[in-house]
Design a protein around this ligand. Structure first.
Ligand code: PRX
Length: 655
């Protein structure tokens, strides 16, 4: 940002209105005053212990926190089962017949599971998995559309002590195979297909392509989501099983496995700064406490709420705020399989109206799309059931915040802008809607029990102003390691300052009231439409193409997506650039990773700007992609390269 832009930005921030909590909201809020912050600050470990006591434990823990930096154990010695906490414990009272999951597909199909029904289905499916040889500690891959069976599969794994690894259904066969192989999953649960804008996404077909490279998979369970069973191109006898056939006459007698608090609950892969995604490991007890407690406080959950988180179960948001957090709280969740603009651009608002959604949680990229589509779409519907709105996944720009506030929240609903990560397991920085003054663009204060601050490179605390976000004390739902690579856990997250301080990889800024604004990633990780993608992953996919010699990938600001992927590519000597090759390269990235990684722009270049020691200077490429004045070029091996690149880029993409 230039100095002039910076000053303009500061002025804009100072002009931003703030929104104190409304007395009519606070009156009935779960958190009505700030005493919770003081209690947590005086003893964070005791605070989390109090939260943990609200869950059902088979055996109490012996030590609340064991901290051997950078490794931690929470609630060690305790025995707990997360599925039991999501289901069994609600069955004794009126929640037995309360809706747990209300599901709707884009073609209007609907299914509702009460807590009693969901419990039975989870037990039965737990037995199906056992019948396929799955036991405690085994890894199970889940590659599913947004079906109730995705949640059932996760809960069934949790019930029998298997570790699930959910892979977003938009990932390519190669990405699925990499993830299955890294965790050596024994079983894959998938569906014949998913629906998106009236089209079938051929999930089983993709899974079959992945499985050609996955020797560890012994069985595949397929949910029938497309009418008829004929969609399968390939059904391997002995390996492949229809979900409904396995479930037929299956016993519902499936006791919940008493898990050690520190036993892994799941692995979820996320992008980092290398080409290889990281398997983030979450354990049972601490994760349960974090997901449960934050859902209750941040979303101000009431017995009568209809909670809709629009994320996909393939991402951590779906894990914590569609499945585990709300169900541990006994809430009713809405699950939707489909696109927000199908059959029309008011689909979400139609759903809010029809299901009387009270709490709505989505991503800024979606909000910006709604803004672009026009105010008339939400205006067509009665959204008066809404009482609280949430945002997650990327910084929300104040304009989008204000639109959300006015057009969805009718200036009535508080907005919680929740900062967290796959690694943190649950929300870390957010307003508490009954007590916080909201400031558009700012996530707010760290939640009670979370010690987040801002440090400079040397580790000095920055009270007001910008620097690097840091977390200085363990929290229960933090990742415990990276699957199969503990050293990488230490290096990435606990080596920036000291072994006690977690480095999330985000820049942040704090105002004089202690509100934190997240400024975005400071590493080579992009955030495209709220999805995390490593620049190295895209570069590896590009150089995998036979025509490509070298590639450098950067992000540039994008009105809707937040960031867009820009690739600079050098071809091998015998290759000619052409628009056909450009399309082919984009398709190749989709083929290797998935549609979410498709480059927005590719520029062919004779050379890339490098230092004299041969390191590509991505900073300069970012300057080019964002049309900024070039930064320091004195260390370049050949300064002419950047000027030529900039001219080409401006000619092709308008700078
Ligand atoms: O850069 C931050 C951004 O998303 C990253 C985490 O991505 P992921 O692990 O995929 O989890 C996304 C959903 C929790 C963070 O490092 N991010 C997440 N929430 C926010 C955010 N940036 C700004 N504001 C947020 N509320």
């Amino acid at each position: 940002m230039s100095e002039k832009d910076q000053v303009g930005f500061e002025n804009l921030l100072n002009e931003i209105r703030t929104f104190p909590p409304k007395p009519e909201f606070t009156k009935d809020a779960v958190v009505k005053d700030r005493s919770i912050y003081e209690r947590a600050a005086s003893d964070p470990v005791a605070y989390w212990e109090t939260e943990a006591r609200e869950l059902d434990w088979f055996e109490p823990w012996t030590r609340t926190l064991e901290w051997d930096p950078p490794h931690v154990k929470w609630f060690d010695g305790g025995k707990i089962n997360v599925a039991y906490n999501c289901l069994d414990r609600h069955l004794a009272g009126p929640r037995r017949n309360k809706a747990a999951i209300i599901w709707e597909a884009e073609n209007g199909r609907r299914r509702t599971y009460t807590y009693g029904q969901l419990d039975r289905e989870v037990r039965q499916f737990g037995n199906c998995l056992k019948g396929l040889g799955v036991g405690k500690g085994d890894r199970v891959a889940i590659y599913m559309p947004m079906l109730p069976e995705a949640a059932i599969a996760m809960l069934a794994c949790a019930r029998i002590g298997a570790i699930h690894s959910v892979v977003f259904g938009g990932f390519s066969p190669d990405s699925l195979a990499d993830r299955i192989n890294d965790a050596r999953c024994r079983v894959l649960i998938t569906a014949d297909g998913g629906w998106r804008r009236g089209q079938v996404i051929a999930l089983k077909h993709n899974a079959d392509r992945a499985l050609e490279k996955c020797p560890s998979i012994e069985h595949v369970v397929i949910v029938n989501n497309i009418p008829g069973e004929h969609q399968l191109l390939h059904f391997m006898e002995g390996r492949d099983h229809w979900y409904h056939r396995l479930m037929d006459h299956q016993s519902a007698d499936c006791p919940a496995e008493p898990m050690d608090a520190e036993d892994p609950l799941y692995i979820l892969y996320t992008s980092g700064t290398t080409g290889q995604p990281k398997g983030i490991v979450h354990t049972t007890g601490g994760y349960a406490v974090g997901a449960y407690s934050t859902t209750k406080y941040v979303f101000d959950l009431k017995e009568s709420d209809i909670f809709w988180c629009t994320a996909d179960v393939g991402w951590v948001t779906g894990h914590s705020y569609i499945v585990y957090g709300p169900l541990m709280n006994g809430a009713t969740v809405l699950m939707y399989e489909g696109a927000p603009n199908y059959p029309d651009k008011d689909r979400f608002w139609e759903m809010v109206e029809n299901h009387h959604v009270t709490v709505f949680y989505t991503a800024p990229t979606a909000i910006r799309a709604f803004m672009k589509w026009g105010d008339e779409y939400p205006a067509k519907h009665d959204l008066s059931s809404l009482r609280l709105l949430g945002s997650v996944g990327e910084p929300i720009n104040p304009e989008a915040w204000m639109w959300y506030h006015e057009h969805i929240g009718a200036k009535r609903c508080p907005i919680v802008d929740t900062w967290w990560q796959t690694e943190t397991g649950s929300i870390m920085i957010s307003a508490l809607p009954g007590v916080s003054t909201l400031k558009p663009g700012f996530a707010g204060e760290p939640l009670p029990g979370v010690l987040a601050t801002i440090l400079d490179e040397a580790g000095n605390e920055i009270k007001t102003g910008s620097g690097l976000l840091a977390i200085t004390h363990p929290w229960p739902s933090m990742l415990r390691t990276i699957w199969g690579d503990d050293q990488r856990y230490v290096d990435i997250y606990f080596s920036k300052w000291d072994k006690k301080t977690y480095f999330p990889g985000d820049g942040a800024k704090r105002d004089e009231n202690g509100n934190i604004m997240i400024l975005g990633r400071v590493d080579d990780v992009l955030n495209v439409s709220g999805h995390r993608i490593g620049t190295m992953e895209v570069e590896s996919a590009l150089v995998d193409h036979p025509a490509v010699a070298e590639a450098a990938v950067v992000g540039r600001k994008h009105d809707l997506k937040g960031q867009a992927i820009v690739a600079f590519v050098t071809l091998k000597a015998n290759q000619r650039m052409s628009s056909a090759l450009l399309d082919e390269l984009k398709a190749h990235v989709v083929e290797k990773i998935g549609a979410l990684a498709r480059p927005e722009e590719i520029l062919f270049s004779g050379d890339l700007p490098k230092t004299r020691s041969g390191k590509i200077m991505r900073r300069l490429l970012r300057d080019i992609a964002e049309g900024r004045a070039l930064g320091d070029v004195t260390t370049l091996a050949d300064p002419n390269v950047v000027e030529a690149l900039r001219e080409d880029y401006e000619e092709r993409y308008g700078g």
